[in-house]
Design a protein around this ligand. Structure first.
Ligand code: UDX
Length: 436
């Protein structure tokens, strides 16, 4: 089947490359000529494990190509995916749909034969209806079907998530849409991936509800961690104890510095806006967004506490290890490290930092932070080391060496990577999240 993927960002590129790998003939389209040129030369615009190899293999096999021309790219395609960005609109937090609408208009201008238009971008409920209206305005003389097919990819694990999904959700209003989508994902049901057909609006809502629920789960365990610190419990034991109940499940119960990234903060906000518009307030999600927001700065204060309080912290140096919102990505969007560094700097603390992939994106977001080329360099002479993102490289630090390099052995482990007794036995003052 010929498939067009409009938007060659994170979602479009991973989805396009995986669909090509299933044997489809895929054209990835993007307005940015520099990006397309680099992709044609095999250079990825993002860091995602396995992506460069997947793209190269499928380009070589003749199943994957790149173009800036939407008219050319969609020619002959039976399925046209819209995978452009839906950032938070400045000012009001609603999802900005201008890119999605612009693609729909352009598709309407150039489409020459029946096709299914698939929204893969995360879009508020009702966007499919609007895309349908835009296409109807184009006065096409043949049928088109507008379908919602949200993605549930995690950065850093996106290819595995695409190829072995827990489920595929398809919101379609007619048989044409359902049939074409069944063809698109046929290679996956051979792997028994459950395919869930719903109405278009339900499908649009599933994406937001899933992300809001996951954000709630994380925020819940983060607050339980705070309580553990007060009452002398261990959040890891509590998480395990509740997670073994199948109704709860053990995933997404790792307490930490608060969730970040391109999805949870933006999508919870957009969902709240929709809820407000329809006068069906989502009070739990409101609390989650607020609690998570304040948690990031609270983590900065936790580091200051470990330095002995505000007075003692002034003029000292803290080394941040890991800056991205999670490991295996270079994505800095809404990363807790940004607020942590800011809180430290506001208190007169100097900050040095190292991240294996995120330094380039981090530098402009963290003015005044000294970026260095290695963990060893970051900790040298530091009064405290804060582990912010659990990159593998920080999971097995040589603590004797760290101790020899720092000024004072203080470790604040915001991801609970280390065992308190082991680190303390090495002579560190050690603080983690929700553990004695
Ligand atoms: C998420 C969803 O998982 C994915 O399905 C959706 O399509 C996009 O949003 P992603 O943003 O890539 O994916 O990251 P994810 O691995 O879900 O982590 C999100 C944030 O939550 C990170 O900041 C992570 O550190 C944090 N997190 C996650 C925790 O603090 N504790 C956990 O137990 C899990």
């Amino acid at each position: 089947m010929k498939i067009a993927m409009v938007g060659s960002g994170y979602v479009g590129l991973v989805s396009g490359a995986c669909l090509a790998d299933f044997g489809h003939d895929v054209v990835c389209i993007d307005k940015d000529p520099g990006k397309i040129e680099r992709l044609q030369a095999g250079v990825m615009p993002i860091y995602e494990p396995g992506l460069a190899e997947l793209v190269a293999g499928n380009v070589k096999a003749g199943r994957l190509s790149f173009t800036t021309s939407l008219a050319e790219g969609i020619d002959g395609a039976q399925a046209i995916f819209i995978a452009v960005g839906t950032p938070s609109r400045r000012g009001d937090g609603h999802a900005d749909l201008s890119f999605v609408h612009a693609v729909a208009r352009e598709v309407g201008e150039h489409l020459k034969a029946p096709a299914v238009i698939v929204t893969k971008s995360t879009v508020p409920v009702g966007t499919g209806d609007e895309v349908e209206r835009i296409l109807a305005d184009a006065g096409l003389a043949f049928p088109v079907s507008v379908v919602s097919n949200p993605e549930f990819l995690r950065e850093g694990a996106a290819i595995g998530d695409f190829k072995r999904p827990d489920r595929i959700v398809i919101g379609a209003e007619d048989d044409f849409g359902r049939q074409v989508m069944q063809e698109v994902y046929r290679p996956l049901f051979l792997n028994q991936a459950p395919l869930l057909f719903t109405s278009r609006r339900s499908s649009e809502l599933i994406k937001y509800a899933a992300n809001a629920f996951l954000a709630t789960k994380i925020t819940f365990i983060n607050e339980i961690a705070d309580l553990c610190e007060k009452v002398g419990g261990n959040v890891q034991d509590v998480a395990r104890g509740i997670g073994l109940d199948n109704r709860i499940g053990s995933k997404f119960l790792h307490a930490g510095p608060g969730y970040g990234g391109s999805c949870f903060p933006k999508d919870t906000l957009a969902l709240l806006k929709t809820a407000e518009d329809y006068d069906a307030p989502l009070r739990i999600v409101e609390a989650v967004a607020k609690v998570n927001d304040s948690r990031k700065r609270a983590m900065g204060r936790k580091v200051i506490e470990a330095l002995g309080g505000a007075e003692a912290a002034r003029g000292k140096t803290v080394a941040l290890l890991g800056l991205t919102f999670k490991p295996n990505t270079d994505d800095m969007r809404d990363a807790p490290a940004i607020a942590i560094a800011q809180t430290l700097q506001d208190a007169g603390v100097k900050v040095t930092a190292y991240d294996p992939e995120g330094m380039e994106m981090a530098a402009p977001l963290m003015p005044g932070v000294t970026m260095v080329g290695s963990a060893a360099e970051a900790v040298t002479g530091a009064d405290a080391v804060a582990l912010v993102t659990e990159w593998d490289a920080f999971r097995a630090l040589d603590l004797d060496r760290v101790k020899a390099l720092v000024k004072t052995p203080v470790l604040i482990d915001l991801r609970n990577v280390y065992r308190p007794d082991e680190v303390r036995a090495k002579g560190f003052a050690y603080t983690s999240i929700g553990r004695p």
